[in-house]
Design a protein around this ligand. Structure first.
Ligand SMILES: [Zn+2]
Length: 246
């Protein structure tokens, strides 16, 4: 039987820390699908959320990670909550309170938004990236390695302190196809297939399609440091950043 797509509440509001939801399926490996969720699934270089699903009768299922899934009939995309070892079982129809580990997620949001700014500071194509808990990196296709850590750090912190609002809006796949320059990250395709794509706009600084979670204003990122610039291959430069206040 085909399940409905999970309603991804984090997409419209990344600040929602919890929601009530119903269990719609539990797969062979114990992965739990809810009808709606605040848990972001691994994707676009950002790791899946951790947290807990609680029932009214006192069961608490610790979630180790969250991934995208698809039911066996090739139905719509669902979000799968992967329990840690040895958690109590949930059944289809159970109502749960789904709560993310907000401290971790907020750090991921800060790092993720900082990487948007990094892609605005370094005006070369992005070939990959990874968001982590407190740090992150982007790879750029740059022929010459003439980046200077101290300069990038200063530029990033100026943008962060600039108090730039971060907003989102939706365009159609066709509108995106007409503006290929918007896609900076060649290795991570923007989330599409549903006919529409979400654009993330950092006022006056950056505009690109992205399905991740972001803070609402650059100042919320806090001070950062560019910790490393590595050459990864002839044209590939990897730039790593870390949050100064974790
Ligand atoms: Zn993003």
């Amino acid at each position: 039987m085909s399940t409905a797509a999970t309603d991804p509440l984090f997409r419209d509001d990344a600040y929602t820390r919890s929601c009530t939801a119903n269990v719609v399926s539990v797969n062979d490996l114990g992965g739990i699908v809810l009808d709606r969720t605040v848990f972001y699934p691994t994707g676009g270089g950002q790791p899946g959320d951790t947290g807990v699903l609680r029932t009214a009768d006192g069961r608490a299922v610790e979630i180790a990670t969250t991934v995208k899934g698809r039911d066996e009939d090739g139905g719509p995309d669902v979000i799968v909550h992967v329990p840690a070892e040895g958690q109590p079982a949930l059944s289809v129809g159970d109502e749960v309170s789904a709560e993310i580990d907000w401290e971790r997620r907020h750090k991921l949001m800060r790092v993720h938004t900082c990487l948007h700014l990094l892609s605005a500071v370094i005006e070369f194509p992005v070939t990959g990236g990874q968001v982590n808990d407190g740090k992150g990196r982007l790879d750029f296709a740059i022929p010459e390695n003439n980046l200077v850590k101290e300069e990038l750090t200063a530029q990033l912190n100026a943008l962060i302190a600039g108090n730039h609002p971060v907003a989102q809006n939706w365009i159609t796949d066709a509108e995106l196809a007409d503006q290929p320059d918007l896609v900076k990250t060649m290795s991570v395709k923007p989330p599409s297939g549903t006919g529409k794509v979400r654009l993330i706009r950092i006022e006056g600084q950056d505009l690109q399609p992205c399905g991740g979670t972001h803070v609402a204003n650059t100042s919320e990122i806090g001070p950062v440091t560019v910790t490393k610039i590595e050459s990864k291959g002839k044209q590939n430069r990897r730039v790593a950043i870390t949050l100064n206040e974790i």
